[in-house]
Design a protein around this ligand. Structure first.
Ligand SMILES: [Zn+2]
Length: 381
């Protein structure tokens, strides 16, 4: 192998090392050498430049030494780099500043004042500037509900009436930091994969309830992506044979049963007046008859959707998240009943995690994509 090839191989291993300690650290040198399939001497060669640059350090706490000599594990230095994530919603922008481990250091949000791309970029720039204060920013991630096939151009985002907006370039030009764009559901899944519930799992899924129903999947530690990410395909998955009809002509699809507007539409029929989502949830909590029935049916429907995901993808854990997650909390028993209906009694229990709603989680997803880009594309080179 020529020296070029060797340099490239070391670079690849350095990235792998940074990634391993980022996600699983602290790790002993022995564990790391095993994970990377290299000798202790090679490991030292790979880690030395990363330690020198302050990206990786020896942890303070020694792990149990094997031969009496305490081994100090290697870990990422979370404060070595700072990132900003921005989630663009229909009526607001949510932004967070994080360290390398996607831990939130500060957050800001703002009402979206215009859908004009130039004005949205201005609002993003203001938030980034406010959050950055005296921190040097390594990268910025922006997420939104739409298609972003090359992580640079928003090819389609109907909620903003956007088509082919080169958002990454516009933002990067305006703020002077590397910027990456991602679908919001993918970004949320990346955050769980690297820094959350999926950290130690081969297979897991994320289901979100909000304006629509979202779905993200990691199989064999790889995020499953497709050009159709952003269309919200799981929204039309049938979950209740007796549910209401959606605009596309499906009966009881996930959108009609689980989205915020789906639940509100059912409540409006029952109460003969418009109700907001929280009002429906409060009525259900007070055992009001009609709201309780709606929430119970939706809980059962969510359970069946969870069971379908578990049955078809063999996910070890399913994370339920989003601004409509209160339904899963209130109708928890119905959710479990719905899972049970469609799951073989001999099957392993579904690892269900219901994540309390926090709009910062979406922005943290956007920051996670910027961190991923930094580690996989550039960091240790
Ligand atoms: Zn439908």
């Amino acid at each position: 192998m020529g020296s070029n090839g060797e340099a490239q191989q070391l670079e690849g291993l350095a990235r792998e090392l940074a990634l391993s300690v980022l996600i699983h650290g602290p790790l002993s040198r022995r564990e790391l050498a095993e994970r990377l399939g290299v000798s202790p001497a090679t490991l030292t060669r790979i880690s030395a430049p990363l330690v020198e640059r302050g990206l990786v350090s020896e942890a303070e706490e020694p792990l149990e030494g094997r031969l009496g000599r305490p081994a100090r594990p290697l870990d990422i230095v979370p404060a070595a780099h700072t990132f900003i994530g921005v989630k663009l919603a229909a009526d607001a922008l949510y932004a967070v500043k994080t360290n390398l481990r996607a831990e939130i250091l500060a957050s800001r949000n703002a009402e979206l004042t215009s859908q004009d791309p130039a004005k949205v970029v201005e609002q993003i720039a203001t938030l980034v500037h406010d959050l950055a204060s005296d921190h040097e920013i390594t990268g910025v991630g922006v997420s939104l509900g739409g298609n972003t096939p090359d992580h640079a151009v928003v090819s389609r985002a109907p909620f903003l009436r956007w088509a082919d907006v080169p958002l990454a370039a516009l933002v990067a030009e305006r703020i002077g930091h590397p910027t990456v764009i991602e679908n919001d559901l993918v970004a949320l899944t990346v955050a769980e994969q690297w820094f959350g519930e999926g950290r130690d799992l081969d297979n897991f899924a994320v289901l979100t309830m909000g304006a629509g129903v979202g779905y993200g999947l990691v199989i064999h530690r790889r995020l499953v992506t497709s050009p159709d990410v952003g269309i919200g395909l799981v929204g039309h998955y049938p979950v209740d044979p007796e549910g209401p009809w959606c605009a596309e002509g499906h009966r009881g699809c996930a959108d009609t049963m689980l989205s915020i507007n789906g639940v509100r539409a059912q409540a409006a029929v029952a109460y003969r007046r418009p109700l907001d989502y929280n009002e429906v949830m409060e009525l259900a909590e007070e055992d009001d008859l009609a709201a309780s029935a709606i929430v119970r049916q939706s809980g059962l429907a969510l359970g069946r959707l969870i069971a379908a995901v578990a049955n078809l993808t063999m996910s070890q854990r399913i994370v339920v998240s989003g601004e409509g997650v209160r339904l899963a909390e209130i109708a928890h028993d119905a959710v479990l009943e719905g899972i049970q209906r469609d799951r073989d009694p001999a099957a392993s229990p579904v690892g269900l995690v219901i994540q309390p709603h926090d709009s910062d989680l979406w922005a943290r997803g956007a920051a996670s994509v910027a961190i991923q880009q930094f580690i996989l594309a550039g960091a240790p080179a």
